[in-house]
Design a protein around this ligand. Sequence first.
Ligand code: TYD
Ligand code: MG
Length: 409
Amino acid sequence: MQAPGTGSVEGVARPVTALADVTVAAGHRVPTGITEFDRVLGGGLVRGSVVLIAGEPGIGKSTLLLQAAGRLGSAGVPVLYVCGEESLEQVRSRADRVDAGPGISLVAEVDAAAIEATVLAERPAVVIIDSIQTLFDPGLDGVPGSVGQVRATAARLVRLAKTQDVTLIVVGHVTKEGSIAGPRVLEHVVDTVLYFEGDSDHAFRIVRAAKNRFGSVSEIGIFEMGEDGLAEVGHPSAALLSRRSEGVAGAVVMATMEGSRPLLVEVQALVTPSYLPTPRRLSVGVDTPRLLQVLAVAERRASLPLGSFDVYVAVAGGVRVTEPAIDLPLALAIASARRDQEVPRQCAAFGELSLTGEVRPIPHEAARVREAARMGFDVVLGPTRAGKDAPDGMRGVQTLAEAIEVLLP
Ligand code: TYD
Ligand code: MG
C-alpha cells in the first residue's frame, strides 16, 4: 500500500510563482465620470472586473448604465452595450432623452456565444449586458432566466472578462416577491455587487455596494430620477429634507451615516387604534425586528402603551436605515405620534436603545452633529458617554424616558 501523496498523478505540473513576484498593476481604474457611481465602485471601474447591478425592474438600472456608457464613450473609452431586452430604437430614444453621447456601440443579442465572439472581434474596454436574465447559452437546456442558464452565461462572461481584460457590467433583475433567479446566484462569481434601491414612486435612487473586491462596501451613491435621466444628488440631506412634513406629529429627523457621509432623514410614525386581534406593525426602510424591539422598549421603559394600537413607520425618501442609531429617533417618532404631539422642528436625534431603555453610544457622533448643525438643527439628542463631553451642539440623554421628557414635555 502506498502512503498518501506518493501515488502517481495524472495532471501536469504547472510552474509556481512566488507571491513577491506577482506584480499588481496600479491605476487600472476607469472613472465613469458620474461621481456618485464612481464612489460606490471604489473610484471607478477596475479593468477586467465584473460588476453586477441588481434591482427591481423599472428602478433605473438601464438609465444609469446608459448614462455611464455615454460618459465613457465621450471620454474615448470604447463601450459595447448589449441589448437583450430592448430594441436598438428604444435604447436610442432613451439615450437621446438622457443625452448619452454618440460614442456607444450597440448590439441586440441574447446568445452568449455570439456576444463572446462580438467582444473578441470588437475589443471594447467596457461591455454592458442588459440583462443577464435574457441571455442563453446555446449548448445548454433551460429557458433564459432559469438558474442554470443565468449561471452558465455568467460564468462564460466572467471568464471572458478575466482573460480579455475587459470590464463587464451585468444587469440583474430582482423581483418584489424576492424570486431572484439571477442576482443571488451570481453574487459569488462577480467582483462587485451593487444594489439599486429606492421605490419607483420616489424620485430618490440609492446605489449601494453589497460586495466589492476593489473598494469599501459602506459607500453609497445617491441619485434623483428626473425627466432627463438620473441626476446626482451632491447634497443629499438638503434634498431629503426639502419635502419635510410640517405641522404633524410623528416625524423626527435622524442623523444617519451612509458610508463615510452623514445624512439627515425623516423618520415617520403613525399610531392608530387597532381593530385587529393582533395589532398591525408595518415598516418601510426599517427592519421589522428592530421596530418590534423599539416598541417593546418604549412600552416597558417609557410607559408608552402601544398594545392596542396599529403602528406604521417609514423612513422618508425611500432610504433604508439598518444601523441601530435609528432606535432613538424611531421611538421618539412613535411617542410623538402616539401622543399626537409634534416634536420641535429644529430637533434631530440619534442613538441606539438598550433593552433597559438606555441610550447607547454609536459611531461618528461628531460628524452627525455637524451635519445637523449645518442644516440648521439646534438641538440634537444623542447618547451620553461616561467621563466624556458630548460633541458641541449635542444634548446627551441617558434614557428614552428622558429623551421623551425633553422633546415632548
Ligand atoms: P429603467 O432604467 O428602464 O429601469 P430598469 O432598467 O431598472 O428596469 O428606468 C425606467 C423608469 O425610469 C421608467 O419608469 C421611466 C423612468 N425614467 C424617467 O423618469 N426619466 C428618464 O429620463 C428615464 C430614461 C426613465
Ligand atoms: Mg432595463
